[in-house]
Design a protein around this ligand. Sequence first.
Ligand code: NAP
Length: 308
Amino acid sequence: MIRALFSAGDHAWPEYLEALPPAFHAAGLTVDLSRTHAPDTVDYIIAAPNGPVQDFTPYTSCKAVLNLWAGVEDIVSNETLTQPLARMVDPGLTDGMVEWVVGHVMRHHLGMDAHILGQDGVWRTDFPPLAQERPVTILGLGALGAACAEMLTTLGFPVTGWSRSQKTLQGVTCLSGDAGLTHALTGAEIVVLLLPLTDATTDILNSETLPLLADGAFIINPGRGPLIDDAALIAALDSNIAHATLDVFRTEPLPESHPFWKHAQVTVTPHIASTTRAKTAATCIAENIRRGEVGEPFLHLVDRTKGY
Ligand code: NAP
């Protein structure tokens, strides 16, 4: 009998209690799933970074910690976590992110605000350009960034993507490295941030990189708040940046006093771009446990040296 400990908030337990057993069954696994196993009997921990288990030391038989979130910045530096750590790559999470990103790209591309907010009797007949005339840059070409790049390319946008290692994605101009970042940002009209938060990505949009974007550019950040230097962004909203749609922040919930709330060129969404969907995530969790049991390599292992 495999023992899996579920370590996440109370709200998550009912949906995973429903979704995980059929996924285990489909993977041919017999799993005792609980929130209260004795630590030294646990084979796998299914964990949210803010879940009850913060000290992994007593979990001496644990073969892997399976993170419920795509982002790992709050768990990767936990020194008690010495077991393999897998992050979440969930088709439901990816689909949700693609829908959110495409929706916000289209809002800015089509200039929807002028008509939604401007119900003022003015007959505005400006035609938006076609998607093929609107260069979009995506920073981060991982599970989420690559899926967004693919969908935006299908819609006709010329998409440039930037990642640490060089990628090849059909129809996407793929860049990497410092020179690649400058190239990716220069003249971009819409920039989407889907990087993980690491030392290397903190403040990647700052007072030196923001001016590279086109005049009237839009920024969409569903990645992590500290990817952008807040003060530099607020300054850039007075020059070349027309609008920033921000889903993530240095402090969450975003404090009421933060200038982003009242800024006319900022849209705040409360970290709802996407979320792990229990039904599809359960299949991913079961697959990794199956792999652990037959000695196959785990999927989506976090590289501790890179921090994601
Ligand atoms: P992922 O698969 O690990 O992809 C990360 C991408 O960023 C990879 O392409 C990686 O390059 C690139 N990257 C990392 N460090 C870099 C650096 N220093 N320079 C250039 N590129 C770098 O992650 P994911 O699943 O796509 O998720 C991305 C992030 O989205 C998560 O970390 C999380 O912060 C955020 N997220 C937000 C929400 C929300 O609701 N707002 C939901 C889920 C996730 P390589 O390909 O070369 O490794």
